[in-house]
Unconditional design. Structure first.
Length: 277
């Protein structure tokens, strides 16, 4: 039996996701409620099962868009161990894709957890389209580097992302609010000035930038230098997408997101798909 989740399922689904992926139960509950949205969670239950029983499978389908095109982000996929290998998730995804395509949605995106999952998505017509570049970079000393820290609102962050990446795959603002809240809870810092911004974590002597956008390489370096003056860290690791112009061509390429077109294909050269969690 297939049904949508309700608010009454939150505790049960938090436990289910915790068993499948681990992590903080508080963050999981926030992720389900405020990033995904309970209305966007589909559950497969055993016929005749008791109310409130852990479902056989769950799938999250979150509305997103890029340049006015409506899409779906599939995430949070989990199946109870004793039911795996029966094609339940494939059947559920197929049904969702047909339903969203019939409703006019133009694309679906996923970020596979493992290479095996990526291989399965390829059999379902998803294509590897959004790679990342991992770039390690020393940070020069610059006492004159100027930036502000943790002053950028979520709304301003969303607006600035779109300024640098007009084709950014965007989540609803409520989802971004929770995402940034969880980043702060994990220790993230946002450094920003008029020429760009970056989001980083401090790992010993390393600044791990999970996102950085800037006018040019020099502007990006100024952000790194301002963060060095604040933290004392002398090296940075940057996660960049392949279509970013920053430090063009540098860094080690790694897989990330996949897309399936639900209507007529459209160019992806300017599409920016990068989730922050």
């Amino acid at each position: 039996m297939l049904r949508k989740a309700t608010d009454a399922d939150l505790e049960m689904l938090t436990a289910f996701r915790h068993e499948a992926y681990g992590g903080s139960r508080t963050e999981i509950a926030g992720w389900l409620q405020h990033i995904v949205g309970m209305d966007n969670i589909l559950l497969v239950e055993q016929p005749g099962g008791e109310s409130g029983q852990t479902p056989v499978s769950m799938l999250c389908a979150v509305p997103v868009e890029t340049e006015g095109r409506r899409g779906i982000w599939f995430c949070g996929m989990a199946t109870r161990p004793q039911y795996r290998g029966r094609g339940l998730m494939t059947h559920l995804l197929d049904g969702c894709i047909k339903a969203y395509a019939a409703s006019g949605y133009e694309f679906a995106v996923v970020v596979p957890e493992k290479s095996r999952a990526a291989a399965k998505f390829r059999t379902m017509e998803f294509k590897d389209s959004f790679s990342l570049r991992v770039l390690n970079r020393p940070i020069n000393r610059n006492l004159w580097a100027r930036a502000e820290f943790d002053t950028m609102t979520v709304k301003k962050l969303m607006e600035t992302r779109l300024r640098y990446q007009p084709g950014c795959v965007t989540l609803p603002e409520t989802s971004m609010n929770e995402m940034v809240s969880q980043l702060y809870h994990r220790g993230a810092t946002i450094v920003a000035n008029q020429r760009g911004y970056g989001i980083y974590f401090v790992r010993e002597d390393l600044l791990q930038f999970i996102e950085i956008q800037a006018d040019n390489d020099h502007s990006a370096d100024v952000l790194l230098e301002a963060a060095r003056e604040r933290t004392g860290c002398t090296h940075a690791q940057l996660l960049l997408t392949e279509n970013q112009s920053l430090f063009l061509g540098a860094g080690k390429r790694c897989g990330y997101g996949m897309i399936r077109f639900l209507q007529k294909p459209f160019p992806l050269s300017d599409v920016y798909f990068r989730l922050l969690l």
